[in-house]
Design a protein. Structure first.
Ligand code: FES
Length: 100
């Protein structure tokens, strides 16, 4: 899914960070970035890996990193929703509408 209002960044752009939402799984972060905890301390990422997999299911024993627990708990993405009208650049989906 591509937002036509956000210009595409060439894959070869230096210092580009890409975050891929994996189907029924983690957030796969590729690029040069620093991970900071709630107190401002750096969280050291696994060494020697070209990317970092962050948990989004909430069940990893190694948070914020994914340890594969999403598979054993059966984590599933929510159903696809159409992109929201982007008025502030955040792409927040609209609130659900109660059935009539
Ligand atoms: S997304 Fe993999 S353990 Fe949570």
């Amino acid at each position: 899914m591509t937002n036509p209002e956000i210009p595409a960044t060439p894959p070869s752009a230096p210092n580009r960070v890409e975050i891929k939402v994996r189907k029924n799984g983690s957030l796969l972060v590729t690029g040069d970035f620093t991970l900071i905890d709630h107190e401002g301390r750096e969280i050291v990422r696994p060494v020697g890996k070209p990317n970092t997999s962050l948990c989004r299911c909430g069940h990893s024993a190694k948070k914020p990193f994914c340890d594969g627990a999403h598979r054993s708990v059966g984590f599933c993405d929510p159903p696809d929703t159409p992109p929201a009208a982007d008025t502030h650049g955040g792409g927040t989906p609209p609130a659900p509408v109660a059935p009539a």
